[in-house]
Design a protein around this ligand. Structure first.
Ligand code: SAH
Length: 351
């Protein structure tokens, strides 16, 4: 039992802020009881705003073509072993129809940065989804675009946008990406998205090569500036065909602590228990909810393409159908005493 640890948790919960020293303490110190105290505080705050509800987002991975070459990612353009695929507009719409039938109110369209999907094509897809499912939210996760493009997506009905900033530290960013990519540009995209009126999600991987506690603290400062509606974090998991193939996997324990700290810093934020967390630990997503997360993203992609959208090795649920993923996640949620929400699950301050 460590009173200093608990004092820091209490102070963080009351003030929604934390010093770098205290942050390092919560990430690196404490025994089982202390960590449980941190998680209980995070659950408490989540419950205040979200009751015991978990939001499901149907994830449609519609293309694994990518023009970028991020060192950590399995669908980077220089991975010749990746078998590339694209879904047609009809296929994407039929995924949404299936998703709507099993109760999803949000569709997340994610892909590599694939120039085949021009702004016109994306806008057409978004509009058709919104016409077919007017009660549903559409989230895009298709990378860096111009502000004009983002504005068009928004005008055609897209509601939310996920773009993890990956790391707020420019030097660390350059250790994870080729020189053609810039952390500053990625951050600018996030500010553009917010200004346009999207509900915006940023985020990082936990345990990427060269990541330090100081870096993660910088990420927190960046998030405090951006004030995102959603924060996506999951452990880094190596992929065999990338430059980081021999790097160690990110820590599940650290990911869970960070989830709890983020819940205390951003009480109303939408915080997913990610598939990467479920891959690194068979009960990772449940543990994530019990550390303050309130979103899960079941896979809605057609089963014949699932094993091709591999950002990292060992990804779970690649052999399943949408209905199976849905039933499995609902069971996992209820087993820990939570239930799946019926609503769209917008950010509480978003009207
Ligand atoms: N092309 C889109 C979608 C990226 S994939 C974009 O640029 O936003 C979604 C997220 O998966 C990435 O932002 C990254 O944080 C995460 N990811 C990629 N490779 C990973 C790996 N090896 N382990 C864990 N997460 C990974």
């Amino acid at each position: 039992m460590d009173n200093a640890f608990k004092d820091i948790v209490d102070k963080l919960k009351d003030s929604q802020s934390i010093s770098k020293e205290d942050f390092a303490y919560l990430l690196e110190r404490g025994d089982k009881d202390d960590i449980e105290y941190l998680f209980a505080a995070a659950r408490d705050v989540a419950e205040k705003y979200f009751l015991k509800e978990v939001y499901l987002r149907g994830l449609i991975e519609f293309s694994n073509y990518c023009k970028n070459d991020c060192y950590y990612c399995g669908i980077r353009c220089s991975n010749r072993n990746a078998e590339r695929y694209r879904l047609s507009e009809e296929e994407i719409l039929s995924c949404c129809d299936i998703g709507a039938k099993i109760g999803f109110k949000t569709f997340v369209l994610q892909s590599g940065e694939d120039p085949y999907y021009t702004d016109d094509r994306i806008c057409s897809i978004v509009r058709k989804i919104k016409i077919a499912h007017p009660d549903c939210a559409v989230t895009l996760s298709i990378g860096e675009k111009s502000k004009e493009s983002y504005q068009e997506f928004f005008d055609y009905g897209a509601d939310r946008y996920l773009l993890r900033h990956e790391t707020a530290d420019e030097e660390h960013y350059s250790m994870l990406h080729p020189a053609s990519m810039s952390g500053a540009r990625r951050k600018q995209c996030l500010f553009d998205l917010k200004e346009i009126g999207f509900q915006v999600g940023c985020g990082i991987m936990v345990g990427t090569p060269h990541q330090t506690v100081d870096h993660i603290y910088e990420d927190i400062l960046f998030m405090q500036e951006l004030q995102p509606h959603m924060i996506g974090i999951g452990p880094f998991i190596p992929h065999k065909d990338t430059p980081f193939k021999d790097e160690p996997e990110g820590s599940v324990d650290r990911t869970l602590r960070l989830l709890a700290i983020l819940r205390l810093l951003f009480p109303k934020v939408l915080l997913p228990a990610t598939t990467a967390l479920g891959t690194a630990d068979a009960l990772g997503r449940e543990k994530g909810i019990l550390a303050g997360a309130n979103v899960m993203m079941p896979n809605l992609s057609p089963s014949n393409v699932r094993e091709k959208y591999l950002l990292y090795d060992g990804k779970i649920c690649t052999g399943e159908e949408a209905a199976e993923c849905n039933a499995c996640l609902r069971a996992r949620v209820s087993r820990i005493g939570y239930h799946v929400a019926d609503s769209r699950g917008d950010h509480p301050d978003f009207v």
